[in-house]
Design a protein around this ligand. Structure first.
Ligand SMILES: [Zn+2]
Length: 881
């Protein structure tokens, strides 16, 4: 899965251009039972794979969606056999499913549906290895797991669709299941849709038939190879597609019908990637076909369901943005998962890095394949920079002390996981690394893996022990922080490197034992050594023919470490002049960022370095100088053919508050054609309180652009101006042009509206605008509206918020309403305290009622557990044969 923001950590998207957020909401489903009753089960704080009492062989789903009501009617059939012991009670994860019938090939004594589980009790224990089939008929209005995008929600009628998301634990919201990764089974999904809609799912298309009675078309898919529950997927709707083929594997890229013109560009590398991955990995693409489908308001960047990857439609782009946007990283990442994650799957979420670290690394390897080794090194350099920026991290990559699996989808699993593989590859060499990964995949094909499975293969094939490597980098936290000093001893003709490990040591963070390559360039040649760093402080003496011109620490980026090493200025100059060493030039430019005397060199690098990453860093270093000369150097460097550098220069200039900087933003607006760079100039205007700025921002507010990007940028600038004069025009545009905005853009507009009105005496108009949208069918807009009522600070909104706050306890809208009410109370003027107290009392009363109800339910469940199955009447149950 490719993540978005927290779940997923903004910097993961450095390569992806997706500033995505969890689309539907900030859904962190902390189970409320857990919240209330965690104390007696204290060991619960560590998470392990659940036991498998049965082996699930096959799942059949038959789903009929109702697009108007956003509900489904469905039937789920599970075929299984008990593994070792007689088996009497089947417990399936099932959240808010309205079960109407349960039948089975063995006699069912009773079944009960709680709000989290479906529990089926058999009359007699089923003997081991006896195949049993259970069929569950149910309906649902899923809050998670299955998401509708319909005309009632403001999407074009001709684009209507639905999509599902399983990982990590959403599947249970749309079908009853053993919802953990350590069980694999084949599956078959039938979906009945109106004629003209496409249905996509895992595996092979088996049939497509129009039904006489309903007029619906039943489309049936079959995944013939076992896969994990979270990889089961269904998409249905008015999609259009582009197609291709890699050998015998059909490839297709589907988008909502209105976006078909953008499909080809995002699809273009897929075939090349599949060929590259097959060669690199050594294992042919393991599935029957590969579909990718873009959907609206997806909660993540992408999701690698077997043979059916779902992508956030924000990945689509137009040629006008040049190379600022593409789908390469996202498409490569999800495709790599078809091997890593899908073909072999982490046994439980603590080993998630075996899915995400691999996908992230192979996405980087493809970048290297396409754009050269420096491009791969630049990817690893950027990731390392993000990782080592986290101080005193105490979380290991493999950790079990999390509340919800979503917490695992962070930088440990993704960039740090990719760095683990990069270090292994650096230490083993390409060939041995490739053979090891191929063996690991083949040995665990269609099965589950833990970190020890990878370790075992590496040790077997290389003969080397990697126990310490995994212990320090994977089972313990953080990375080495190396402070390195250099001196030259002319008498002994030796370079001295004094190396200290300065990371804070604890039970979580070890002293590291690592190989550290170093490279010396001298007049008579290059000397390379690998130092074994293992003590807290050590001196290394390296004999050289003469004093080196440059000293490079870890010159090929083979070690994840925070290295503090400041070579003398003359060495930095030599480094920057070395055409063979992109990383050396990059580091030199970075280290020159605080040095005013380096200005000419930085300007030279910005305009002439052969690698775009060095040019980018040079622009950043110039910006960091914050001098008139640095601004002049940036302004003199705007003619960049690579849009990535041009954008960085524009952003650099915008980072100065100067008249010249303002003039440059104006120039960009008239001369620049790339909308992403124009957007930077519009945002830059926000800092300047000039009458003509207002005119320009209002023009862009009303302008038309792809995804309304320029209007979005103007709204951001208006927020920065904090001028209530924008209120009326902004409200009007939001009112009249809602459909032109993305959900995220519209949500930002709403936030800005409330922000601009927060200090106004009259707030009625804005309040009414917001109140009218407090039940907006797009979750992202609804949540923004609720938050905006808090920002607006109008106590008259309390009554409405109080109603929203009576939504179910775990719902994101309730959390948002509670927060908004709290902020309203904070901002209330003295004298209104009585009202505030009243609201607080009301909230407490409501919470008290709910606690009481939960407690009663809990008591009932406990009683039921104690008496079941003898007294099936204790809870809602129905007995069937
Ligand atoms: Zn992923």
């Amino acid at each position: 899965m490719k993540i978005a923001h927290s779940s997923c950590l903004a910097f993961l998207f450095t390569l992806l251009i997706l500033p995505a957020g969890r689309a539907e909401s900030e859904q962190f489903h902390c189970g409320h039972g857990q919240f209330l009753f965690a104390a007696p089960d204290a060991s619960d704080y560590r998470k392990y794979a659940p036991s498998r009492e049965i082996d699930i062989l096959h799942l059949t789903l038959d789903v009929t969606p109702d697009f108007r009501n956003r509900t489904i009617q469905a039937q789920a059939t599970l075929r299984f056999k008990p593994i070792a012991r007689p088996f009497a009670e089947l417990k399936l994860d099932a959240v808010d499913l309205r079960v109407s019938a349960v039948t089975a090939t063995e006699k069912v004594l009773a079944w009960q549906a709680t709000d989290k589980q479906l529990i089926i009790t058999f009359a007699q224990p089923i003997a081991p290895a006896t195949e049993t089939t259970v069929t569950i008929t149910y309906s649902a209005e899923p809050k998670q797991g299955l998401y509708f995008r319909t005309r009632e929600m403001g999407f074009p009628a001709t684009d209507e669709h639905l999509w599902t998301q399983g990982e990590p634990t959403e599947a249970r919201h749309w079908f009853p299941s053993f919802d953990a990764p350590n069980e694999k089974f084949t599956s078959e999904i039938t979906c009945r849709v109106p004629e003209g809609m496409a249905v996509l799912s895992n595996g092979r298309l088996m049939s497509k038939e129009k039904e006489n009675g309903t007029g619906l078309v039943a489309v049936r898919w079959w995944q013939e190879k076992p896969h994990a529950n979270y990889l089961i997927a269904l998409c249905a709707g008015y999609f259009k597609k582009v197609e291709d083929k890699h050998g015998q594997v059909p490839l297709a890229f589907h988008v909502p019908a209105s976006q078909i013109n953008e499909a080809a560009a995002s699809f273009r590398d897929t075939k090349d990637m599949m060929g590259f991955f097959e060669r690199e990995i050594g294992v042919p693409y393991p599935w029957a076909k590969y579909d990718q489908v873009c959907v609206e308001d997806f909660g993540w960047g992408g999701m690698e369901n077997t043979t059916l990857t779902v992508l956030n439609d924000r990945t689509l782009f137009r040629a006008e943005t040049e190379n600022l946007r593409d789908s390469q990283g996202l498409v490569a990442h999800e495709l790599a998962h078809q091997w890593f994650g899908d073909y072999v799957t982490c046994k439980d979420w603590s080993h998630l890095w075996l899915n995400e670290g691999f996908a992230t690394y192979y996405e980087g390897l493809y970048e290297g394949h396409k754009n050269g080794r420096d491009a791969l090194l630049y990817v690893m350099y950027s990731r390392a920079k993000g990782i080592v920026a986290v101080p005193n991290d105490t979380n290991a990559i493999v950790r079990r002390d999390f509340n919800h699996p979503e917490e695992q989808f962070g930088f440990h699993a993704y960039p740090k996981g990719s760095w683990i593989l990069h270090m292994l590859r650096s230490q083993l060499g390409d060939d041995l690394y490739r053979r090891s990964i191929k063996t690991y995949l083949e040995r665990h094909a269609l099965g589950n893996v833990t970190t020890e499975d990878l370790n075992a293969v590496l040790e077997e094939l290389s003969g080397r022990s990697f126990d310490q490597f995994f212990d320090q980098y994977v089972y313990h936290a953080h990375h080495p922080e190396l402070t390195i000093g250099y001196s030259w001893d002319e008498r002994t003709k030796a370079a001295r490197l004094s190396i200290q490990q300065v990371q804070k040591l604890s039970d979580d963070v070890l002293l590291f034992n690592v190989p550290l390559p170093v490279r010396f360039r001298t007049k008579s040649g290059t000397v390379e050594r690998t130092l074994n760093v293992r003590e807290k402080a050590e001196d290394f003496y390296i004999p050289l023919p003469e004093a080196p011109e440059s000293v490079r620490i870890d010159p090929e980026m083979s070690l994840l470490a925070k290295v503090t090493f400041t070579p003398p200025a003359s060495m930095l100059d030599a480094q920057l002049a070395d055409p063979r060493d992109m990383l050396g030039r990059l580091l030199a430019v970075e280290q020159m960022s605080g040095r005013k005397e380096a200005l000419a060199k930085l300007k030279e690098a910005l305009n002439n370095d052969p690698f775009y990453g060095v040019r980018l860093e040079a622009a950043r270093s110039l910006r960091a100088l914050q001098t008139e000369d640095a601004l002049a150097a940036l302004i003199a460097s705007t003619q960049q053919s690579d849009a990535r550098v041009r954008r960085e220069v524009a952003a650099g200039i915008a980072g100065f508050y100067r008249e010249a900087s303002y003039a440059e933003a104006r120039r960009v607006l008239t001369e620049e054609e790339n909308p992403d760079i124009k957007a930077i100039a519009i945002a830059a205007l926000g800092t300047y309180q000039k009458p003509e700025v207002r005119v320009t921002l209002l023009e862009y507010l009303k302008s038309d652009s792809y995804r309304n990007a320029l209007a979005d940028s103007a709204i951001g600038a208006m927020r920065a101006q904090d001028d209530a004069a924008y209120l009326e025009p902004l409200r009007e545009v939001l009112e009249k042009k809602e459909k032109a905005f993305t959900s995220t853009g519209f949500a930002r507009g709403i936030d800005t509206l409330a922000w601009l009105a927060r200090n106004e005496a009259k707030k009625e108009a804005v309040r009414e605008f917001l109140v009218a949208r407090v039940n907006h069918p797009r979750k992202r807009v609804q949540l923004a509206t609720i938050a905006a009522l808090g920002t607006l600070g109008d106590p008259k909104a309390l009554a409405v918020l109080e109603k929203v706050a009576s939504a179910p306890k775990d719902s994101p809208e309730r959390a948002a309403a509670d927060k908004a009410m709290a902020s309203l109370r904070d901002t209330r003027k003295p004298g209104a305290e009585v009202g505030t107290l009243r609201n607080e009392v009301l909230t407490l009363q409501r919470e008290n009622r709910e606690l009481r109800r939960e407690f009663d339910e809990f008591k009932k469940k406990m009683e039921a557990t104690g008496t079941r199955p003898a007294d099936p009447k204790a809870v809602k149950t129905k007995a069937r044969k």
